[in-house]
Design a protein around this ligand. Structure first.
Ligand code: ADP
Ligand code: ASP
Ligand code: MG
Length: 489
C-alpha cells in the first residue's frame, strides 16, 4: 500500500454547532469552498447536529425503560428538525431523494426504539446503533447541501471506512484496516475531484455492525481519516477561536493559544479540555501532520496550530484544563501493608471493570485514585473489599495546568497553591512528562480556582504564543464567508 503523503489534502472536521442548522451548514460550506478554491482537496467529517447525540441517548434510555411514547416523541422532534434543515438547503429534484432518505432513516430508528421498548432492555450494541443516526443523518444532509452549493459534495458512509473492534460505546479503531478502506472508498472520490462528507464518531466492526468511538469522537475520526490518507493537515472546526488558555465558558478572559505542541494538546484534551478529543492527536503525531483548531463562525481567525514542537514560551503554562464529575476512591490496605503484588492486585480490579484511572497517589498503607465513572464503583468496591477498606466520594474536579515550559521555572508549585490558597486540595500530582501539574478539588470550587489561576499565570502573556487582541468568543463573530487564511504546510 502506498504511504505517500498527500500534502494537498486537508481533512476538515465540523462539530455539532458548525452543522446545527441551515445557516451553520451554509457557513461550513463557505469554509470548505475556501479550501477548494485554493486548489486543495478536502475530506469533510461532520458531527451530529448540535444536541442530537444527547437526544438520541435520551430516546434510547426512555425506550430501555419501557417508555415507548417518550422515545418516539423525541425521535419525532429530531425528524422534523432534520427535514426542515434539509428543505432549507437543497432544491428539487435532489431534495426529494434527500427527504426520502431522512424519512427512511427515521422509520428505521423508530422501529429500533419500539423494539428496545418491547424487550425493555438496552444493550451497548443497540445504544451505538441508535446514537449513530445523528452522524448518519447530518452527513447525508451536509453532503447534499455541499452539492447544492456547487462544491461537489458526496456522501461516504463512515462505517465502510472506520473499522473498529467490538467495544461498543468506545470502540478501538484498527488503523491498518482503516487505511486500506479509505484507499478503497475515499481515494477514488477524491481523485474524481469530489468532496467526500462522512459522519464522525461512528464506525463498524469487521462484520459491519455499527460502533461508536466515544463521546466527542468525531475529532478522533478526523484524525484517523487524516492519518489513513496521509493528509497535509487536519482541521478541527468548532465554535471558539481555537484552543484557549482555559474554557472560555468559565473564564471570559481566556486567550487564544496561537501554537501548542502535540504533547501539550494531548495532556489538555485528556484532562478535560473539551475542545479536542484526547485520542485525536496520536494518528496525527505518528505522521507529523499539523492539526489546526479553528472557528467556523469566524473563519478568518488563525486558530491554534498544533505541531510537533512548540516555540518556547515566557510563562510556564499554556492552558488550564478542568475535568469535572470525577470520583476519588481511597483504598486502605486492610490486612497486609503494601506487600509485593498489592498495587497490581488493586489495579487489576479497575482493569477488570474497564475503568480508567486518571490520577494516583500512594502512601505506606493507602492508595487514592480518581476515576470518571461512578456506576461501576459498587462492584469495584466489592471486589476490592477482599484486600482493602474502600471509600469513595463523588463531585470532584481535576484541575490541570499544562505547559512544556514548567521545566524551566522554579517555585511554580508554590505560586499555584498560593493562587488557590483558600481551596481544599485533595490530591496533587506532577506528571512524569513534567508538562502538567494537576490537583483534585471539590467541583464547586473549580470555577473560582480556574479564574484565580488564570489571573495569576496569564496576567502578562507572551505575545508570541497567545493572541492578545482576540479575547474568548463563544458566541462567535459574525459569519465571515471568505476563505480562512491558514496555509497547509
Ligand atoms: P464541537 O461540537 O465543535 O466538537 P465541543 O463542544 O466539543 O465542540 O468543544 C468546543 C467547546 O470546548 C468550546 O465551546 C469551549 O466551551 C470548550 N472548551 C473547554 N476547554 C477549552 C479550551 N481550553 N479552549 C477552547 N475551548 C474549550
Ligand atoms: N456527536 C458525538 C457527540 O456528541 C460525537 C462528536 O460530536 O464528536 O459526542
Ligand atoms: Mg467536540
Amino acid at each position: 500500500m502506498s504511504t505517500a503523503s498527500r500534502p494537498q489534502l486537508v481533512v476538515m472536521k465540523f462539530g455539532g454547532t458548525s452543522v446545527e442548522d441551515a445557516a451553520a451548514i451554509r457557513r461550513t460550506a463557505a469554509v470548505v469552498r475556501g479550501r477548494r478554491e485554493k486548489g486543495l482537496e478536502a475530506v469533510v467529517v461532520v458531527s451530529a447536529m448540535a444536541k442530537v447525540t444527547d437526544t438520541l441517548l435520551a430516546a434510547a434510555a426512555a425506550a430501555g425503560n419501557g417508555d415507548k411514547s417518550g422515545a418516539l416523541a423525541l425521535s419525532a422532534r429530531l425528524r422534523s428538525r432534520h427535514l426542515e434543515t434539509a428543505g432549507e438547503l437543497v432544491k428539487q429534484p435532489q431534495l426529494n431523494a434527500l427527504l426520502n432518505h431522512i424519512q427512511h432513516d427515521f422509520d428505521h430508528l423508530d422501529d429500533l426504539l419500539r423494539g428496545i421498548a418491547a424487550v425493555g432492555e438496552l444493550t451497548p450494541r443497540t445504544t451505538d446503533n441508535v446514537v449513530s443516526y445523528g452522524e448518519r443523518l447530518s452527513s447525508q444532509i451536509v453532503a447534499a447541501a455541499f452539492d447544492a452549493a456547487g462544491i461537489k459534495g458526496t456522501h461516504l458512509d463512515a462505517r465502510h471506512c472506520i473499522v473498529t473492534d467490538d467495544s461498543y460505546g468506545k470502540a478501538v479503531p484498527n488503523e491498518t484496516l482503516i487505511e486500506a478502506r479509505l484507499k478503497e472508498h475515499a481515494l477514488p472520490l477524491i481523485e474524481q475531484g469530489l468532496t467526500p462528507v462522512m459522519g464522525g464518531f461512528i464506525g463498524a466492526n469487521e462484520k459491519g455492525v455499527t460502533t461508536t468511538l466515544g463521546r466527542g469522537g468525531s475529532d478522533f475520526s478526523a484524525a484517523l481519516v487524516g492519518g489513513g490518507l496521509h493528509a497535509g493537515a487536519i482541521e478541527i472546526w468548532t465554535d471558539v477561536n481555537g484552543i484557549m488558555t482555559t474554557d472560555p465558558r468559565i473564564c471570559a478572559d481566556a486567550l487564544r493559544v496561537k501554537t501548542i505542541s502535540f504533547e501539550e494538546a494531548a495532556e489538555l484534551a485528556y484532562f478535560g479540555a473539551k475542545v479536542l478529543h484526547p485520542a485525536t492527536i496520536l494518528p496525527a503525531v505518528q505522521q507529523n501532520i499539523p492539526v489546526f483548531v479553528l472557528n467556523s463562525r469566524n473563519a478568518a481567525n488563525e486558530g491554534t496550530r498544533i505541531s510537533a514542537v512548540a516555540p518556547p514560551c515566557r510563562s510556564p503554562f499554556k492552558c488550564i484544563a478542568v475535568k469535572k464529575k470525577l470520583t476519588i476512591v481511597d483504598i486502605v490496605a486492610s490486612r497486609m501493608l503494601m506487600t509485593h503484588g498489592y498495587l497490581k492486585a488493586v489495579f487489576d480490579v479497575f482493569d477488570k471493570h474497564k475503568v480508567v484511572i486518571d490520577m494516583v497517589s500512594t502512601s505506606e498503607v493507602s492508595i487514592s485514585v480518581t476515576v470518571d465513572t461512578s456506576d461501576k464503583l459498587p462492584q469495584i468496591a466489592e471486589d476490592l473489599s477482599k484486600i482493602a477498606d474502600v471509600k469513595y466520594e463523588s463531585n470532584k474536579a481535576l484541575v490541570c495546568l499544562v505547559g512544556e515550559d514548567i521545566r524551566g521555572h522554579a517555585g511554580i508549585a508554590g505560586k499555584v497553591f498560593t493562587a488557590i490558597g483558600h481551596v481544599n486540595v485533595r490530591m496533587i500530582s506532577q506528571g512524569a512528562s513534567e508538562i502538567n501539574m494537576s490537583f483534585m478539588i471539590e467541583e464547586d470550587d473549580a470555577s473560582e480556582a480556574i479564574r484565580s489561576l488564570h489571573s495569576t499565570f496569564f496576567a502578562d502573556p507572551d505575545p508570541n504564543i497567545f493572541d492578545l487582541d482576540a479575547r474568548a468568543n463563544t458566541t462567535g463573530a459574525p459569519p465571515v464567508n471568505e476563505p480562512a487564511r491558514i496555509t497547509v504546510q
